[in-house]
Design a protein around this ligand. Structure first.
Ligand code: SAJ
Length: 409
């Protein structure tokens, strides 16, 4: 059998490679020509532990190839972005484009699985788009007739940094448009998944994924709210949380500079947009976490005012430790705002990237080497708890003001 993965990003590429590694023939489809060329030369176009070796292997054995033109397959896995538009409304245009792209090569009995995190109802919408696109092509009298392809939703749940382990070992929720669709998808995932697989409806699977990320967001918001309260009351929030967590039924997460990444900072809005009256804690958690970067900016500005010539080392730009992903990163937002406030010289350190994103480079900012930054800085702001920062010799920090937004030091 032949599998096609539509969208070769953080989820699609590892998924395609893991399937290909079992000996299945996999065709990866993407619109990004640069990514296609890199993958076909055996290299991933982003950093993820152990992905380099795997992609090289499956490209060399000919089991994985990348292209921009969809080809016939027995199963299609759609792993395209689902961002939101203004007003936090989900943008399903990439799913619609994927449906249109594969419609001409779909044949009766094919399986189409949506992996992208999606608002409730998106799988039904995908099914309708596929039906419309397919009837437009050759069977105008069958408008809306979908029974000949099987559609399911199996949301990805992998943690960046541990993708290859989690793609195989995590439990999966598999929601079908019908029972038969779910069973077909189950058989597909069984090829690679060692974790438990639970079969349900597409709507439940959609909501399950959103619920997981909203749960984490609400819990991080609780920690972030505590950090702001503790700042006001002059209490060390890290010590406080450590004490509270000694209770057998309390498990508070870590406060930080805000919540980033393309999942937790986005997905809860998909619940809010479908149930705006009812989703109250979920909306509030988003607002609390989104307000945290401004809180950090005001703390840095306050500190900088005490310095004659503020030279501020900003350590880390990625959305969390030990990844190179800057999407929705609170650290990027903080640095951008500090630059706009003109607080002083900014020394930006991010060992995981080679160049600054355009929005920062356009402000005249540049990347600085860690040692150079430490030599110059009189104020150090730790934004990301990368291992390389956690393990620095604390001596380099003496005689400097330190703002540790992660509690790593
Ligand atoms: N964060 C904190 N405090 C914490 C934990 C996290 O401030 O105690 C911050 C991180 O620094 C980061 C953000 O939250 O900015 C999110 O990081 P994360 O490690 O919690 O999660 P992601 O976004 O990398 O991956 C999540 C995972 N979901 C859950 O753990 C419920 C992953 O399993 C999902 O597959 C992924 O979202 C996704 O793709 O949806």
């Amino acid at each position: 059998s032949r599998i096609s993965v539509i969208g070769l990003g953080y989820i699609g590429l590892p998924t395609a490679a893991v399937f290909a590694d079992t000996g299945v023939e996999v065709v990866g489809v993407d619109v990004n020509q640069k990514a296609i060329a890199l993958i076909n030369s055996g290299k991933p176009h982003f950093g993820e532990p152990n992905l380099d070796a795997l992609v090289r292997r499956v490209v060399e054995t000919g089991k994985l190839k990348a292209t921009d033109v969809p080809e016939a397959a027995d199963a299609f896995i759609i792993a395209v972005p689902t961002p939101f538009k203004d007003g936090h409304v989900p943008d399903l245009s990439y799913i619609e484009a994927a449906a249109r792209a594969i419609a001409p090569v779909l044949k009766k009995g094919d399986l189409v699985v949506l992996e992208s995190t999606s608002p409730v109802g998106a799988t039904e919408q995908l099914s309708a788009w596929l039906g419309a696109a397919r009837t437009d092509l050759s069977f105008p009298h069958e408008k809306g007739e979908l029974a000949d392809v099987q559609v399911a939703h199996c949301p990805e749940r992998v943690l960046p940094g541990k993708i290859l382990h989690e793609v195989v070992n995590n439990a999966r929720v598999i929601g079908g448009m019908s029972r038969r669709c779910a069973q077909r998808a189950l058989a597909l995932y069984r090829i690679v998944v060692k974790g438990e697989c639970h079969v349900t409806t597409a709507r439940t699977a959609e909501m399950a994924k959103l619920t997981e990320n909203a749960f984490r967001d609400v819990n991080i918001a609780f920690a972030n709210e505590l950090s702001v309260i503790c700042d006001k009351l002059k209490i060390n929030v890290w010590e406080l949380i450590k004490m509270a967590n000694l209770h057998p039924r309390v498990n508070i997460l870590n406060p930080g500079p805000g919540v980033g990444g393309h999942c937790i900072a986005v997905d809860p809005w998909f619940i809010v947009s479908t149930a705006p009256q009812e989703a109250r804690i979920i909306r509030m958690a988003r607002e609390i976490n989104d307000a945290k970067p401004d809180f950090v900016v005001s703390k840095v500005c306050e500190r900088a005012q005490d310095l004659k010539n503020p030279r501020i080392a900003c350590l880390g730009l990625s959305y969390k430790a030990d990844v190179d992903d800057l999407r929705e990163s609170p650290a990027v937002e903080i640095v951008e705002k500090l630059a706009a406030e003109n607080v002083g010289e900014l020394l930006i350190v991010e060992p995981h990237i080679g160049e600054l994103p355009k929005r920062l480079a356009d402000k005249g900012l540049t990347l600085t080497d860690f040692d150079v930054a430490m030599e110059k800085a009189n104020l150090v702001v730790l934004l990301v708890d990368h291992m390389v920062f956690q393990t620095v010799d604390r001596d380099v920090l003496k005689d400097k003001f330190v703002i540790d937004t992660r509690g790593a030091w």
